[in-house]
Design a protein around this ligand. Structure first.
Ligand code: FES
Length: 394
């Protein structure tokens, strides 16, 4: 009994002490700083639109909320840009083109993807004053002074130039002592977006070298032609010693460049890839069986929670379409699967699959523990059989 009384007294003293203890002076400030660096959502208003090529526009955004400045970012990162099209709420990752040394505005260079859902909508419909939601900046494609050294090779294909524009601006503005060799592959000369800016940077900074390679040039093109082969890379960069490679482009380009760099003897740990989005045609991806009819549909049973009530719906999904797209098309109110990269990298969309089989492209990595316990990344998973998905825990 005596012990219980002593314990109760000690508990009371502890509680009183806790109540009297002042909240540390820095607590509020740090919380605010963390929210500012990593806001869950940002609201962006279009303040300017410029055409940079027949199918690409440069959008400038300012914060739509006067009390919420834009989040800072590292050159090379992207934001998840959220849109609602005909009631379907979805998002796409777009690299920031603007310099990270100011956050008065963001710039995104968006190219219209034929047959796409979001980019044609933005190119055709978005206008000055429109407001969109976006995630905070994310992604691993940025310069790391400890691991990357001072001699960098940037290889860009088409719209993959966008993160490099931000990185080059950063290098130029902060006079970083880095040597940079950019190899930019495009179809034709008119597809070289941001050319004026690239050439201006090159003329101002002798440590920045820019080379173009055109795969379908006009007859008067005097530069390099074809794909970015190991011979072309070697010609532009000379020795591979101490060099660090960043690759941004579409997935077929990765496969090609991967082989070329391997043939040059570049170790994998000296290459950084930015995997953006899903393959244009999943049926062409290695590992996709030719027996699978891409127009085939499977039944998806989806369990989710709405206002504390568990619900189940069933719908049909195409085998050749990422599962996340099919789920978004159901327009389920109050149900949003978090997502960012839509390419299997960020793991934000991690979802429990109770049973069924999905196809995941071979270069997408998923944590062993996740696959052991049935978690998938629906952004890059293609349903091959009927599936049971459980979203009750998100
Ligand atoms: S959205 Fe990044 S892994 Fe799915």
């Amino acid at each position: 009994m005596e012990d219980i009384k002593k314990y109760q007294k000690a508990e009371k003293t502890k509680k009183t002490r806790e109540e009297l203890q002042a909240i540390p002076w820095y607590y509020d400030g740090l919380e605010k700083l963390c929210d500012r660096i990593h806001p869950k959502k940002q609201y962006l208003k279009i303040s300017d639109i410029k055409e940079v090529s027949p199918d690409t526009k440069l959008f400038r955004f300012v914060s739509a909320k006067s009390n919420q400045p834009l989040a800072s970012f590292r050159a090379g990162q992207y934001i998840g840009f959220i849109v609602e099209i005909n009631g379907v709420r979805t998002s796409r990752p777009y690299s920031l083109v603007s310099s990270p040394n100011q956050v008065a505005y963001y710039e995104l260079g968006i190219r219209k993807k034929e047959g796409g859902f979001v980019s044609p909508y933005l190119i055709n419909n978005a206008k000055i004053g429109d407001i969109f939601e976006a995630t905070d900046p994310m992604g691993n494609l940025y310069y790391n002074s400890i691991f990357h050294g001072k001699d960098l090779v940037f290889i860009a294909g088409g719209c993959g130039i966008t993160p490099f524009i931000s990185m080059l601006r950063d290098v130029s503005e902060r006079l970083l002592p880095l040597k940079i060799n950019l190899i930019f592959g495009c179809l034709t000369e008119k597809d070289i977006i941001f050319r004026d800016l690239l050439e201006e940077l090159q003329s101002r900074r002798p440590n920045i070298q820019i080379n173009y390679v055109l795969s379908e040039p006009e007859s008067d093109w005097k530069g390099e032609c074809g794909f970015i082969t190991k011979e072309i890379i070697q010609k532009f960069i000379g020795s591979i010693k101490q060099k660090y490679f960043y690759i941004v482009g579409n997935r077929p380009m990765y496969q090609f460049i991967d082989q070329e760099l391997a043939a040059m003897g570049i170790p994998r740990h000296r290459i950084l890839y930015e995997a953006f989005g899903v393959p244009d045609d999943i049926t062409k991806v290695m590992g996709w069986s030719s027996d699978i009819d891409p127009s085939k549909k499977v039944k998806v049973t989806l369990k989710y929670r709405q206002l504390n009530t568990e619900k189940t719906i069933e719908f049909e999904a195409y085998c050749a379409e990422p599962l996340l797209n099919s789920i978004e098309r159901q327009k389920l109110t109050n149900l949003e699967i978090n997502n960012g990269c839509r390419s299997g990298e960020c793991a934000l969309c991690r979802t429990k699959m109770d049973n069924g089989k999905v196809f995941i492209p071979p270069n997408v990595t998923i944590r062993e523990i996740d696959s052991d316990y049935g978690f998938i990344h629906p952004c890059i998973s293609y349903p091959l059989t009927d599936l049971h998905i459980d979203l009750t825990s998100i």
